[in-house]
Design a protein around this ligand. Structure first.
Ligand code: PNS
Length: 158
């Protein structure tokens, strides 16, 4: 049984996130998509909305669950009985920060392994910030977010 966690802010969920979830769920026996509930960071979408979005896009994935967490990721991993953290890598610019996080988490708990999933080239430019920027300026985000979430996201910026 190989369990893993895919953590993130998911503010909002993009097609890039869903691609990582889909591909990881085929490799792992069980995947927890974990939304960081960070009271120090103002998010555009509430934690409840982000969880609702993730549950909507993963409802047909039998081995994927969606939860929120706060505190240290390594403590949450322990609670979820896994030592595998999955992160998506889009570009070289992601690498430095992700490498640092992976090493910090490994320092805090040497049993923790961070696995990087390379982005699908279709989504290498895509981020939640880009989606928010385009939506706020009235642009078309239909190719950037899962179809089932489109209205929810567009409405937020009206
Ligand atoms: O989608 P994001 O914003 O890039 O996700 C970042 C996330 C949630 C993975 C990261 O901020 C995180 O793991 N936060 C939990 C606190 C923690 O454990 N930090 C690492 C040690 S400093």
């Amino acid at each position: 049984m190989t369990r893993a966690i895919y953590p993130g802010s998911f503010d909002p969920v993009t097609k890039g996130h869903l691609d990582i979830i889909t591909r990881t769920s085929k490799i792992m026996t069980h995947l927890t998509v974990a939304v960081l509930d960070n009271p120090r960071k103002v998010a555009t979408f509430t934690i409840e909305k982000r969880i609702e979005m993730l549950k909507l896009v993963t409802e047909s994935y039998p081995n994927v669950e969606v939860e929120y967490f706060n505190g240290l990721l390594i403590d949450y991993a322990l609670k979820k009985d896994t030592n595998i953290i999955v992160k998506g890598l889009r570009a070289i610019s992601d690498f430095e920060f992700e490498f640092q996080m992976a090493l910090v988490n490994q320092k805090l708990n040497p049993a923790i392994e961070t696995l990087f999933m390379m982005t699908n080239s279709k989504y290498s430019y895509l981020s939640s910030s880009i989606v928010k920027e385009i939506a706020a300026l009235g642009g078309d985000i239909s190719s950037l977010v899962p179809e089932v979430l489109l209205d929810m996201i567009v409405t937020k910026f009206k």
